[in-house]
Design a protein. Structure first.
Length: 112
């Protein structure tokens, strides 16, 4: 079981234990983060699971079969406050190899 750190809008951090194979959208939504709605249920038809991946983790996330598709990039065009490390949480599957992953919620005041 991997652990992730979530940086909230106010800058506070929360550590969560994750389930292998679950998407970040499912993990964050089920943990009660209001900023993560997941309105489409993970079908990449909305941008309500938009998150920021810490730059140190971007390549590792992609290397674990979580590449960003053109469809995801198009959907992120609809999201609020996107950045270079923006991703849709529904498109990232957790695994033990992502233990220690750091993500931030949209609008978080992070200086990456």
């Amino acid at each position: 079981m991997a652990t992730i750190t979530v940086i909230q809008k106010d800058g506070s951090k929360k550590n969560l234990e994750t389930e292998d194979g679950w998407s970040l959208m499912e993990i964050l939504r089920d943990a009660g983060f209001d900023a993560i709605e997941g309105a489409c249920g993970g079908s990449m038809a909305c941008a309500t699971c938009h998150i920021y991946i810490h730059p140190d983790w971007v390549d590792r996330v992609k290397a674990l079969d979580n590449e960003q598709t053109e469809e995801e990039e198009d959907m992120l065009d609809l999201a609020f406050d996107t950045r270079d490390t923006s991703r849709l949480g529904c498109q990232i599957r957790m695994s033990d190899e992502l233990d220690g992953l750091i993500v931030a919620l949209p609008g978080a005041k992070v200086k990456w």
